[in-house]
Design a protein around this ligand. Structure first.
Ligand code: MG
Ligand code: MG
Length: 265
């Protein structure tokens, strides 16, 4: 069942989500060629715990019941989502999406930013720009009176008209006491379809967009999701509340983009 949040609950959700933004800003400070995703994970876990929260991703089970071993997902280049941090140094021209979740005062934060490592090619930059634009086009639709399908449709059409693939197997979701609550928020769909949006609805909107085919496969670690054609993928995510009729973004890229400057998308 979809559970609509009160104003008090929305403010608690906002605190958990702003903390995710601060974690990602810490990552923005150190991400460069030579840094490993494991180092990013240690930084994130320490920062989350130092701020009185729990990393929700750590121990989260996959469909096989295996716990996720880290506090962030770091998905590099052809990885779409759920990459496990490792000891391989990032290289100039890589992209890495860092997805982070917190549990603070009983509420969950969930947000993701795709970072460029050093200079990236124009093709890759365009993929990241388009994916972030799609996120905000989806958010624009998260207003009272619209339907879930309006969000999905606007994300899908923006990405497909730019020639990109829209991943079907993974979707956005409701967020609250649990990281994944109903409803599902697909990045593809039909205008005017699906649940009517009401005040108090809190959802994570998260386009996962590929440069080539939308087809993916699961890596042998049963976590990492990779594009079938090995082309790069991007992922941006905000947690959003429909509030006073409009979309109220609970997470924030502001600190991240202040640090990244002209390296932001
Ligand atoms: Mg996420
Ligand atoms: Mg999410």
């Amino acid at each position: 069942m979809v559970y609509l949040k009160t104003d008090e609950e929305v403010e608690l959700l906002r605190e958990a989500n702003l903390l995710v933004g601060r974690v990602l800003a810490e990552i923005a400070k150190i991400i460069r060629p030579g840094v490993t995703t494991k180092q990013l994970d240690i930084l994130a876990e320490t920062f989350i715990r130092d701020n009185g929260a729990e990393p929700t991703f750590k121990g989260f089970p996959n469909p096989y019941g295996e716990p996720f071993p880290a506090s962030i997902c770091t998905s590099v280049n052809n990885q779409v989502v759920h990459g496990i941090p490792n000891d391989e140094p990032l290289k100039e021209g890589d992209i890495v999406s860092v997805d982070c979740g917190t549990l603070l005062n009983g509420f969950c934060g969930d947000s993701c930013y795709t970072f460029a490592v050093g200079e990236v090619s124009d093709d890759v930059r365009r993929l990241l720009d388009t994916t972030k634009e799609a996120l905000y086009k989806g958010i624009e639709q998260a207003v009272v009176g619209h339907r879930l399908g309006d969000i999905s449709y606007s994300i899908q059409t923006h990405c497909e008209k730019n020639g990109y693939g829209v991943v079907r197997e993974f979707v956005g979701h409701g967020i609250g006491h649990e990281m994944h609550e109903p409803p599902q928020v697909p990045n593809y769909g039909k205008r005017g379809n699906g649940m009517l949006l009401k005040n108090g609805l809190c959802i994570a909107i998260e386009p996962m967009i590929t440069m080539g085919t939308k087809d993916i496969y699961l890596q042998s670690d049963c976590w990492g999701v990779v594009t079938r054609d090995n082309k790069p993928a991007a992922h941006f995510e905000h947690s959003v509340c429909v509030r006073k009729g409009k979309a109220d973004i609970l997470s924030s890229f502001e600190e991240i983009e202040k640090i990244l400057g002209d390296k932001s998308f």
